[in-house]
Write a protein that binds this ligand. Structure first.
Ligand SMILES: *Cc1c(COP(=O)(O)O)cnc(C)c1O
Ligand SMILES: [Zn+2]
Length: 419
């Protein structure tokens, strides 16, 4: 892995060789998140937009020379990455905009963006011959790790809050993970998982602890830019919980600029639920994220419920360094966005995915975007992950099914009533 220069601590700036530390900077305990730094000159000799144009591997592995894994590393067989980037002219028009695209990561194998990161975790764990991989998760990172582990017969232990949506828990059980339903919040599950990994020596996939998760997540912007013929969008909207996805997007864009494949940095807009708006508050009020106390983290969008965002250093930089913004949306705005996005673009998102679109709606109201901006909204999770919220969302906008007797006469009566 000669393409990795070092792992740099985001708090003290200390640099470590990739084999020197496994996860965090030892000087700051679990807060010592590090960033993987690459040798771009070397990478440029191995991959280019031209070589990609000839590459028929339409998955995240087409970007292997930019990932923190060995060139000959074996990768899981599931098809991860290269999700569709749909143009959404009706949504754009409804908002008075010209160009809106929806990147649908609900299409990944376990139906959320987290597959991009868990795929890297599984490769890294196998590189280390780990017997067991573990993670804590609000649900999707767990499902992703669970599914990808199943594809390569890798034992794993998963910690989720017991209140996680049933569909996500079902995924874990179906894939055969050892599941710990933690009687507490995601934050409690996270702490317990860290302790367990330490105690038993398990490979730790935890977000914002394992530095390689960001590296998997960055592949989404490689795809977006390649799908737009390396003409980067002006603005990207993404929902934010722990902040690992938004940090990953920023990292990927920085890579592309360092390589000279895109010529401008898009503005990154982080969308948070009002009940779990740590990053929004810190950004808006200029608070110090190393000392700011946790917030309560209560929202219908379970995947972005994070009282203390684990990746807050990267999450703040993603917005401040790109002239972006944090945007706060209510649970009602999130729920309303589910049918709007589904009807306007054919993309059915779970609440945390729809939140990104709710953020765009709000950004238009706040005049944070221009009419001719080229805008990408990232759907991070499939709507089937959380049917209870989907049903609530259609109820809110007044869509109800019709009840009909199994005969034509009654059907005619119902159709008459609809008119
Ligand atoms: C995890 C997740 C997010 C937020 O990602 P963070 O890295 O925690 O900010 C958003 N949407 C979905 C569907 C997710 O699963
Ligand atoms: Zn440090």
């Amino acid at each position: 892995m000669d393409h990795i220069k070092h792992l740099k601590c985001l708090i003290c700036g200390k640099e470590y060789g990739p084999d020197e530390i496994e996860y965090v900077c030892p000087d700051h305990g679990k807060e010592g998140i590090v960033d993987v730094r690459y040798d771009y000159d070397l990478i440029k000799t191995r991959i280019s937009p031209e070589s990609l144009a000839q590459n028929e591997d339409y998955s995240i592995w087409r970007y292997k020379p930019l990932l923190p894994i060995a060139a000959d590393a074996e990768v899981p067989p599931l098809s991860i990455g290269w999700t569709p980037l749909y143009e959404a002219p009706r949504l754009a028009e409804g908002l008075g905009l010209k160009h809106v695209w929806v990147k649908d990561d609900g299409r990944l194998p376990t139906a959320s963006f987290k597959d991009r990161a868990s795929a890297i975790a599984v490769v890294k764990a196998q590189e280390k011959n780990a017997d067991i991989i573990t993670t804590a998760s609000t649900g999707n990172a767990a499902a992703a790790l669970s599914g990808i582990c199943a594809s390569v017969e890798q034992p794993n232990v998963i910690f989720v809050p017991e209140a996680a949506p049933p569909a996500k828990i079902a995924q874990l059980l179906v894939f055969g993970s050892t599941v710990m339903l933690v009687k507490g919040t995601y934050d409690d599950a996270f702490e317990l998982c860290l302790e367990a990994a330490d105690e038993y020596g398990w490979y730790n996939r935890n977000t914002a602890y394992n530095p390689y998760m960001t590296e998997g997540k960055k592949t989404a912007v490689y795809e977006i830019c390649e799908q737009l013929n390396w003409n980067a969008p002006d603005v990207v909207f993404v929902s934010v919980g722990d902040g690992c996805i938004i940090g990953g997007l920023h990292k990927g864009l920085k890579d592309l600029i360092a390589l000279g494949w895109i010529d401008k940095m898009p503005r990154i807009m982080g969308v948070q639920a009002a009940g779990s708006a740590y990053m929004y508050e810190a950004w808006h009020d200029g608070e110090d994220i190393l000392t700011k106390a946790p917030v309560s983290g209560v929202t219908v969008a379970d995947s972005i419920s994070a009282g203390l965002p684990r990746d807050r250093i990267k999450a703040l930089a993603a917005v401040t360094e790109t002239d972006g913004a944090y945007i706060r949306v209510s649970d009602d705005e999130i729920l309303e966005a589910i049918p709007t996005l589904a009807r306007g673009a054919g993309v059915f998102a779970e609440p945390a995915g729809a939140a990104a679109y709710a953020g765009l709606v709000k950004a238009v109201k706040l005049e944070l975007v221009n009419a001719d901006d080229r805008i990408v909204v990232l759907n991070t999770g499939n709507g089937l992950k959380d049917i209870a919220s989907a049903m609530k969302s259609v109820e809110m906008v007044g869509t109800t099914p019709n009840r009909v007797e199994p005969n034509l006469d009654d059907l005619k009566r119902v159709i008459q009533e609809i008119k």
